[in-house]
Design a protein around this ligand. Sequence first.
Ligand SMILES: [Zn+2]
Length: 211
Amino acid sequence: MTRRKDIVATVDIVEVFGDAGSLPFFNAVQGVLRRTTNITCLKLILSFEPALRILPTTQVFDNLTDLNVNAPHTTVALFLMNHLSITSLAVGACHTSNCPLTDCLLPLLRALTCPTGCVRAVTNAATPLTHLATTHGATGQDASFPLLQLLNFTPILTSSIITSLNINIDHQTTCLLRRISVATPALHVLRLTESPFLVGVRHSIFEQLIV
Ligand SMILES: [Zn+2]
């Protein structure tokens, strides 16, 4: 028993995804998380009903800096209240109309991956963000978020400078590069991906098929 405790105390990274993220393994996953409180990196991608409170929101991982989870943002917000040392955050679909991450203090956050519709909620003038990537969640709410609400000719607020942007785009967006340059005026790296999920892109592909 003592030997097992010693081993889990030195675990630095816990990653749960694929079959390990299915419901039959959930109790085992919770057991692992209860004993690996020294980790710095947690990836938790579960494949069952996301409404479950899949994050141990009352448990504290004192050294955690890197979090990648697909829990609803309401749950993620509760978890982040006790984890102010997060420097890298990746989240899945939001599952609410008003992103609850807007109230989170993330004073050390440097890298963020989140749905397009949640970027403005997470970022603020106190967040030293340098790397931003947007995704499309599985819900209609995330997929239908208009890109123009993010790229609305106002800067994305941070206390630092965003130098890397990875974003899903609709090539029919007017003034796309100008919108990006206003939102993130000091980029060193820009990755644009034509998203098949955006409404405008779907229409464009359909029009090409019927010509
Ligand atoms: Zn959100």
